[in-house]
Ligand binder design. Sequence first.
Ligand SMILES: [Zn+2]
Length: 186
Amino acid sequence: MKLIRGFGVIAVFAFSSIEAAAGPLCAYTKAKSGSSHLPPSPEALRQTNLVNYALCQKYPCPNYQLWRSEAISNASATMDATGNRVSYNAGFMAGIQNRYSNYATIGIFGHELGHLIDFNLNPSSISGVVREARADQYAGCAFAIAGEPKQNLIYLAQTLQSLGTSPGYPTPQQRVALLEIGYDSC
Ligand SMILES: [Zn+2]
């Protein structure tokens, strides 16, 4: 099956804070430590546990908190002096899950955890495009470790495509290829 292109995720680097958020709509929107945040839903916890279980078998995962936040447009990963966290917008994730299935939202959480693993392994300054490429590969890898058929990545690929092209990201076509590379090389 040929995967469809797509996705969009952004990375912002400022001093000791490293931040990345999914989706061009939230480009450079940050989930600041002082912004409002809420406990995650049981479903979001379940989905992040799946990606934790997969990726943290193979890679050194930093401890992190999962936040539900209306201060961001979609999803983000943050690593700074206040700790590590993945934040998500509940409305955005519900819309993606309804439209593309929970494989898409699991994949987004895999991408965000991939950022934290990458930040942890490579804290020095790296271009945002490279950060995003690596996070996409981690998302693909999570599916491989979990034993999911590769075709289940199509829902994440469709999501990426729906988010379109954005500065600071690999192209949608590259990102779909990166998901597959991550799956195949994991
Ligand atoms: Zn990202």
